[in-house]
Design a protein. Structure first.
Length: 315
């Protein structure tokens, strides 16, 4: 089966079901303290580590020192200009989030005013809140979230004069820490065509591929191998994408050299390849995709190998 045909059929399989794995959560924090104090004019954009800030409409925003530092707000903060009207600010996050927390402050002695905070995924509104500031309790730690399975990538703020925010805590959706291809799930014997195990797919592109019992101390259970010394061709593809992939390979000393290609998402183009010398012995191959790219599988071509512990994970 040629790669052009692979590109045509794989997206349909990948869309069928999510992968299964172990869950972890990631939390990022932006305090504005690494930014430079100053005004963000309407239409201008300020890029920080985890998001971009845009001042909307005809109102300017400002990065300014906190007047009364405490455990909720200190250093620099994001708000509206002191002598201007309400500030309309859009925060565009670098990745989809499930929840966000931030401190909202109105200076002491200011009249009771209302600000608003709205979560969006692209242009679709997810949640909107009105924030009522009192004259005595002028600091609020606010958490906004969406139901499990939903995400947002923008926070739109309408901040009344003098109001500001600090300590933006961003919670990414739980991500799987690793998805393992387990050859023990597959009956022993020859492999032919497409083997779909739900969270991964094996595509046997050549004859001689087989699932066999492990016969060494480097692997356990069953392994993917071949009866052929050369001309092997197999794809191992996941329904999830991550940035790192590892696998154990044991070459046959009497076979030809083999190649392991690390395949990127979503079109399974090769991001990196490793030549496996037949006399190199057991080894753990690993590749982490460069920033902005992700991995979704590997391809084995050439000489005979025994392959086990193929794991896609986040690093």
């Amino acid at each position: 089966m040629k790669r052009t045909l692979l590109s045509a059929i794989v997206p349909a399989f990948i869309a069928l079901a999510p992968g299964t794995a172990w869950s972890t959560s990631r939390v990022d924090l932006e305090t504005f303290d690494q930014a430079h104090a100053g005004i963000i004019q309407p239409g201008d954009e300020l890029k920080l580590e985890h998001f971009r800030i845009t001042a909307m409409n005809d109102s300017a925003a400002v990065i300014k020192p906190v007047e009364q530092p405490d455990d909720l707000a200190s250093g620099l903060a994001l708000g509206g200009a002191e002598r201007a009207g309400p500030a309309s600010v859009d925060i565009h996050f670098d990745k989809p989030l499930q929840s966000v927390a931030f401190t909202v402050v109105l200076p002491s002695g200011a009249p009771a005013l209302a600000s608003t905070a709205t979560l969006y995924i692209d242009e679709l509104e997810r949640q909107s809140l009105t924030l009522q500031h009192g004259t005595t309790d002028n600091r609020l730690r606010l958490t906004m979230s969406v139901p499990e399975g939903q995400v947002f990538n923008r926070l739109a703020l309408q901040l009344q004069r003098g109001a500001y925010i600090d300590g933006v805590e961003m919670h990414s959706p739980p991500v799987t820490d690793g998805t393992l291809i387990d050859f023990d799930e597959i009956p022993s014997g020859p492999l032919q065509g497409l083997i779909d195990k739900g969270h991964y797919i094996i595509l046997a592109n050549s004859s001689g591929l087989e699932i066999t019992p492990s016969s060494d101390g480097e692997t356990s259970g069953q392994v993917l191998s071949s009866t052929e010394a050369a001309g092997n061709d197999a794809f191992l593809m996941y329904r999830t994408v991550r940035n790192s992939l590892d696998l154990t390979v044991i070459p046959d000393p009497s076979a030809e050299p083999a190649t392991i290609e690390f395949l990127g998402a979503p079109d399974f183009t090769m991001l990196h390849s490793i030549r496996v010398d037949p006399t190199s012995g057991p080894q753990r191959l690993s590749f982490t995709a460069p920033r902005g790219s992700s991995l979704q599988g590997v391809r084995w071509t050439g000489g005979k190998l025994r392959i086990d512990e193929v794991k896609l994970q986040s690093r």
